[in-house]
Design a protein around this ligand. Structure first.
Ligand code: URA
Length: 211
């Protein structure tokens, strides 16, 4: 939150709080410097009864302005794939490993910057608090930042793709590609391949929901 004094004590997630209380508390978090330049905290969104949780990296330009996760280009692609996998997006909880947009200016444009390890670590308690509140049946980690936030910095999505992992937050945890990686694919062929990979992970998540 711009303007929050640096000397204010940092806010930790209140224990055993519901999602609304967590989201409200996270507005005042300044556990890392990213709150200073971001428009607002972008907390997770979706029902506390969600059985499926998807975790991305961090809000982008559109999410930062709207205050909701996955409403920009990557979110539109993700929602299209959820639709193909026959998942009702209203029943899914969408969130990010980092709750503030990190960017640098190129001219007047704000260009996404990947959060560093200490920023991811600072935000992790908010993510784990969301997961402990929801206790999802299936947890899908989209890309390296989300996966490494929960599974450690040595974790490589490519080495564990397709595995169902047992984690403290969910017995059915999958790590897969991030939709932004698909948007950045160097060729149409690669894009199609990556799209199929992410779709297969979402479908696997659906199977696990009904297993
Ligand atoms: N990318 C993410 O990882 N999360 C969002 O909310 C938007 C883009």
């Amino acid at each position: 939150m711009p303007g929050l004094p640096r000397s204010a004590p940092n806010v930790a997630p209140p224990p055993q709080a519901d999602l609304e209380t967590l989201a409200e508390a996270a507005r005042s978090c300044h556990g890392c410097p990213l709150y200073e330049a971001a428009t607002q905290t972008v907390f997770g969104s979706g029902p506390s009864t969600a059985r499926l949780v998807l975790v991305g990296e961090q809000p982008g330009q559109e999410e930062d302005l709207e205050g909701a996760p996955f409403v920009g280009p990557a979110g539109r692609l993700l929602r299209a794939l959820l639709d193909q996998a026959e998942v009702d997006p209203k029943k899914v909880y969408l969130t990010n490993a980092v709750k503030h947009f990190k960017y640098k200016y190129r001219g007047k444009r704000r260009i996404h910057q990947r959060p560093n390890r200490s920023e991811v670590k600072a935000c992790r308690p908010w993510l784990t608090a969301e997961l402990e509140t929801i206790r999802p049946s299936v947890l899908i980690l989209l890309g390296a930042t989300a996966s490494q936030s929960l599974l450690g910095s040595d974790f490589r999505v490519t080495q564990h793709y397709g595995e169902v992992l047992f984690t403290p937050w969910c017995a059915n945890t999958l790590a897969t590609l991030h939709p932004s990686a698909i948007l950045r694919a160097p060729s149409r062929e690669t894009r199609e391949e990556m799209r199929s990979t992410l779709l297969a992970s979402l479908r696997r998540g659906v199977q696990l929901l009904s297993a």
